[in-house]
Design a protein around this ligand. Structure first.
Ligand code: FNR
Length: 184
């Protein structure tokens, strides 16, 4: 069986974040052979081109090294004003440097998202796809997972309390793992 390592991060810094809960849930739902390491974006500073030398400040260098070491990324994003949160965009901006030769270039990326609204991050995911296009990363296309009414579907410890949500996340991780294994 192919062993796959994923790095997962959520676009929210909130302790009680639904998306951080969803990421914790995903770590338990990955298929056999796939491990999801999680990364908190708390220490990533705001992008500043003046600091973007020698790989950037230490937290940024650490983040980029962690991306380089894994087979693929798993992003779990909230939706802020129909788009992705600044926290996530900022982290992706850092990781996208140097342009076209960054750790994101040709890196497989899957994502999903959770929000309280009925359409569960549809607009944010569409925008995330567009941003990732600019980084030359390779977006896993299907299945898409949009968790609406997310406050009713996870508890704060990352346990999925809604079985259908757990099945959808499990299917995404299974298909993503198969896709990654087929590219080796
Ligand atoms: C939101 N929220 C939100 N929800 C949504 O479905 N569509 C949206 O456009 C927005 N816009 C938005 C903007 C800002 C500035 C905030 C703070 C919030 C609600 C958001 O999805 C909700 O707070 C989630 O719970 C945030 O994700 P975490 O922190 O729980 O992971």
């Amino acid at each position: 069986m192919t062993q796959l390592r994923l790095l997962g991060f959520a676009g929210s810094l909130r302790k009680g974040s639904l998306n951080r809960s969803a990421l914790r849930a995903a770590t338990e739902l990955a298929p056999q052979g796939t491990t999801i390491e999680t990364y908190d974006l708390d220490d990533i500073p705001l992008y500043n081109g003046d600091l973007d030398v020698d790989g950037g400040p230490p937290p940024v260098r650490d983040f980029k090294e962690r991306i380089t070491k894994v087979d693929g990324l798993l992003i779990v994003t909230p939706e802020y004003n129909y788009s992705i949160p600044g926290v996530l965009k900022n982290a992706l901006d850092w990781a996208s440097r140097p342009a076209y030769e960054s750790p994101l270039a040709h890196k497989p990326v899957a994502f999903f998202g959770a929000s309280m609204s009925p359409i569960g991050t549809a607009r944010a995911q569409s925008q995330l796809k567009h941003v990732l296009l600019g980084t030359l990363s390779e977006v896993f296309p299907y299945p898409e997972v949009l968790v609406g009414a997310a406050h009713k579907k996870f508890d704060e410890s990352g346990i999925v309390t809604d079985p259908t949500t757990g099945q959808f996340i499990g299917k995404l991780l299974g298909a993503y793992s198969d896709w990654l294994a087929s590219r080796r």
